[in-house]
Design a protein around this ligand. Structure first.
Ligand SMILES: Nc1ncnc2c1ncn2[C@@H]1O[C@H](COP(=O)(O)OP(=O)(O)OP(=O)(O)O)[C@@H](O)[C@H]1O
Ligand SMILES: [Zn+2]
Length: 638
C-alpha cells in the first residue's frame, strides 16, 4: 500500500492554542484526509514542544512547575484537535519518557560520529524563538537595544560553555542535496532564502545549555541540557519508533511532508537535515513552509496578544466553514489577513449560494416529482455529456493541484465546476419539463445534477468532512467517496430515498453579526505580562516637564532626532529619540514634553542621550506625551 507520513510543528505549550496553530493543523488534516481518500495509508503526527527556557519562564510566572504547565496546556492542544475533528494518528509530547530516551540515543550517535565538541558560546539568544543569533544577525530597536531579527523581541546575552554541533561541515552536503532535489523545500522563494544562507556557509551550532535545567540531559555530561530545538526536531522520528521499533520506523521514515510556518524554516530545512546526515538517516522528502495568518498585517501570535480563539469561530460558524475559509481565502503558502467579514462572504456566496442551494433546489424537485426517490437516468444528450466530460477534467486538475499542495487552486477548480453544474441545471429548465410532464428527461437532469453533486462532495471531503458526509446521507447513499470517485458516472443508486431538510449552509447577514473578533488568550510570555510594582518602585523614576528648545535630525539615521530640552532648575539636556518617522524637528520645537530626568546617559549613534522622552506607541502610530495645561518647565510628575 502507498504510504504517506505528514507532520505539523510541535507547538510550544507556553500558552493556549490559537487560530494560527490551528491553521497548520487544519491544513495538515486536509492533506492527510486527501491522501487517505486517494488510497494511501497515512500517518499524521502533531504534538507539543515542552522543554526550554520559554516554558520554564511561563511556568514560573504562573507559580507552577514546568511539568504542571505542560500537562495542562498539552491537554488543551489535544482537546482542541479533537474538537476540530483533526485526524492525527498520534500526539507526541517531548516530555514523554520514550522521546527523552530517543533524543539521548540520537545525540549519542552524533557524539560517536564526532560531530559534537565542547566550546564557548558568546552571543545573543531569543527566548521566545529559542534561537541563537550572532552579532551580525541581530537588529536594533529605536532605543538601540538588540532585538531578534525574526520576532523583533528583546534578546538576552549568553556566555556559556556549551557543546557544539559541527553544522558547518554539512554546508556542502546540504547544497548538494538542494541541487539534486529541487523540490526539497517549497514554496520556491522560501527555498531560495535557504540557499542564500547555505551559500554564505553554516556556522557550528551550540546545542546545550547549562544555566537552567528544564530539558533533556546530555548523555555524556548531564550538567548540560540539550538545546530545545534539537530535542524538538527529533520528535519526527521518535514518534515512529526510531531506536526502538525498527520495523515501524522503516515503514514511515523518511517523512513525506513536514508542514511548518515560515519562521521555523531554517530549523527544518537546514539544521534538521544536517542532524539526520550526521547519524546517517535519509532526509524528509519535502518541507513546506506556509505563510502567516495576520490581523492588520501583523502575525497572529500568542505573545503579540492578538490571538484569536478558533473554538469561538467553530461554535458560531461550524467546523467546515472555518476549514473552507482558511484553505480558500488564505492563498496557501502566502500570508493572509484573517477576517470575519471575508469568512461570512465566503459562507454566503460560495457555500450557501453556489453549493448548498444547488442541492436544495434539486432535492426539492426530486421530492415533488419522484416521490423523494432518486430517479433513473435515460439516454444522454450533448449537455449531459459535456457535464460528464467537465468532471473528468476537474478530477484531473484537482489531483494535480492537491498533489502539489495548491489547495486554494483545487478549491477554485471545484467551484468553477459547481458553477457549471448550476448552469447545466438552469439551462435545462427542469421546472418546464416538470410542467410538461416530461419525466424521462426531467429524471435524467436531476440524476446527473445529483451525480455531479455527490462527486463534488467526495472531492470536498478533505476540506469539509462534515457536510460531505451529510450529502451522502441526504442522497440516501452509503458513505463511500472512494467508490463515487472511482466510478466514471452513474455511481448513485437510483430509487434511494432522499432527505430534503434545511439547506446545507445557512446565509448570515453580515450587518447583523456580532463579531467574534479578537479574543485575548491568556498571556504567559514574561514581556507581555503585567508585572505589579510598588509605589516606591515608581517613585524611583524622576519624571519632569521639559520644553524642546532645539531639534534636528541625526545624520545617517532614519529614526533618530537630537533634541535640546530645558528642564528648568535641572538645566538643559541633550536627548536622542527614535521618533524621526513621526515628527519633523520643527513640529517639536517649543513643545512641552515629559522626560525621564534620572536615566543613566547612553550613547546612540555616537551621540550622548541624557534622558528619555515619553511617547505612546501602538502598531505604526506614535505620539509624544505633552501636558494638558501650561505649567513651568521642571515641574515634577507624580
Ligand atoms: N499567525 C500564524 N499563522 C500561521 N501559522 C501560525 C501562526 N502562528 C503560529 N503558527 C503555527 O504555529 C507554529 C509556531 O508555533 P508556536 O507555538 O511557536 O506559536 P506562536 O503563537 O507563533 O508562538 P509565540 O507567539 O509564543 O512565539 C508556526 O510554525 C505555525 O505552524
Ligand atoms: Zn525571536
Amino acid at each position: 500500500m502507498k504510504k504517506f507520513y505528514i507532520t505539523t510543528p510541535i507547538y510550544y505549550v507556553n500558552s493556549e492554542p490559537h487560530i494560527g496553530s490551528a491553521y497548520t493543523t487544519i491544513i495538515g488534516d486536509i492533506i492527510a484526509r486527501y491522501k487517505r481518500l486517494m488510497g494511501y495509508e497515512v500517518f499524521y503526527l502533531t504534538g507539543t514542544d515542552e522543554h526550554g527556557q520559554k516554558i520554564m519562564q511561563a511556568a514560573k510566572k504562573q507559580g507552577k512547575t514546568p511539568q504542571q504547565l505542560c500537562d495542562e496546556l498539552s491537554k488543551k492542544f489535544e482537546q482542541l484537535w479533537k474538537d476540530l475533528k483533526i485526524t492525527n494518528d498520534y500526539f507526541i509530547r517531548t516530555t514523554d519518557e520514550e522521546h527523552i530516551k530517543t533524543v539521548q540515543f540520537f545525540v549519542s550517535k552524533m557524539l560517536e560520529n564526532e560531530d559534537i565538541y565542547k566550546g564557548k558560546y558568546k552571543g545573543w539568544y531569543c527566548v521566545p524563538c529559542e534561537t541563537y543569533w550572532s552579532e551580525d544577525e541581530i537588529e536594533k530597536d529605536e532605543n538601540n537595544n538588540p532585538v531578534c531579527p525574526s520576532c523583533h523581541r528583546p534578546l538576552n546575552f549568553v556566555e556559556e560553555e556549551n557543546y557544539f554541533f559541527r553544522l558547518s561541515k554539512y554546508t556542502e552536503p546540504l547544497l548538494k542535496h538542494f541541487k539534486e532535489n529541487p523540490d526539497f523545500v517549497e514554496p520556491e522563494f522560501r527555498k531560495n532564502e535557504m540557499l542564500k544562507i547555505l551559500e554564505e556557509g553554516l556556522k557550528d551550532l551550540s546545542i546545550t545549555r547549562t544555566t537552567f535545567d528544564w530539558g533533556i540531559p546530555m548523555p555524556n555530561d548531564p550538567k548540560h541540557v540539550i538545546y530545545v530545538w534539537v530535542d524538538a526536531l527529533i520528535n519526527y522520528i521518535s514518534a515512529i519508533g526510531y531506536g526502538k521499533d525498527e520495523e515501524t520506523f522503516k515503514k514511515w521514515w523518511p517523512a513525506d511532508l513536514h508542514l511548518i510556518g515560515k519562521e521555523i524554516n531554517r530549523f527544518h530545512s537546514l539544521i534538521w537535515p544536517a542532524m539526520l546526515m550526521s547519524v546517517g538517516l535519509p532526509l524528509p522528502k519535502k518541507i513546506f513552509a506556509h505563510g502567516w495568518l495576520t490581523v492588520n498585517g501583523q502575525k497572529i501570535s500568542k505573545s503579540l496578544g492578538n490571538a484569536i480563539d478558533p473554538r469561538e469561530f467553530v461554535k458560531k460558524y461550524g467546523n467546515d466553514v472555518i476549514r473552507y475559509y482558511l484553505a480558500r481565502d488564505i492563498v496557501f503558502g502566502k500570508d493572509g489577513d484573517f477576517s470575519e467579514e471575508n469568512l461570512v462572504n465566503r459562507l454566503n456566496s460560495d457555500l450557501a449560494n453556489d453549493y448548498g442551494n444547488l442541492l436544495h433546489r434539486t432535492l426539492a424537485m426530486v421530492v415533488k416529482n419522484f416521490d423523494s426517490k432518486i430517479p433513473t437516468p435515460s439516454s444522454l444528450n450533448e449537455s449531459d455529456k459535456e457535464l460528464i466530460e467537465k468532471f473528468k477534467n476537474l478530477k484531473k486538475e484537482y489531483t494535480e493541484y492537491m498533489e502539489s499542495y495548491k489547495l486554494t487552486n483545487a478549491l477554485e477548480s471545484i467551484w468553477s465546476y459547481i458553477r457549471d453544474v448550476n448552469k447545466y441545471f438552469d439551462e435545462n429548465k427542469p421546472w418546464v419539463l416538470a410542467k410538461e410532464g416530461n419525466k424521462e428527461r426531467l429524471g435524467t437532469i436531476l440524476y446527473n445534477t445529483l451525480e455531479a453533486f455527490i462527486k463534488i462532495a467526495s472531492l470536498l471531503l478533505p476540506f469539509m468532512p462534515d457536510s460531505s458526509k451529510e450529502v451522502f446521507r441526504r442522497l440516501g447513499q452509503e458513505f463511500n467517496p472512494e467508490f463515487v470517485l472511482n466510478t466514471e458516472w452513474n455511481s448513485l443508486k437510483s430509487g434511494a430515498n432522499v432527505i430534503h431538510e434545511k439547506p446545507l449552509f445557512q446565509k448570515i447577514d453580515i450587518k447583523n453579526i456580532q463579531k467574534v473578533g479578537e479574543k485575548k488568550l491568556k498571556q504567559e510570555m514574561p514581556e507581555n505580562t503585567i508585572e505589579l510594582i510598588s509605589i516606591e518602585d515608581f517613585k524611583k523614576v524622576d519624571l519632569r516637564v521639559a520644553k524642546v528648545v532645539e531639534a534636528e535630525k541625526v545624520k545617517k539615521s532614519e529614526k533618530l532626532l537630537r533634541l535640546i530640552v530645558d528642564l528648568g532648575e535641572l538645566g538643559k539636556r541633550q536627548i536622542v529619540a527614535g521618533i524621526s518617522k513621526f515628527y519633523t524637528p520643527e513640529q517639536l520645537i517649543g513643545k512641552k514634553i515629559i522626560v525621564v530626568a534620572n536615566l543613566k546617559p547612553a550613547k546612540l549613534m555616537g551621540i550622548e542621550s541624557q534622558g528619555m522622552l515619553l511617547a505612546a506607541k501602538i502598531n505604526d502610530n506614535l505620539t509624544v506625551l505633552t501636558v494638558d495645561k501650561d505649567i513651568d518647565v521642571g515641574a515634577k510628575i507624580s
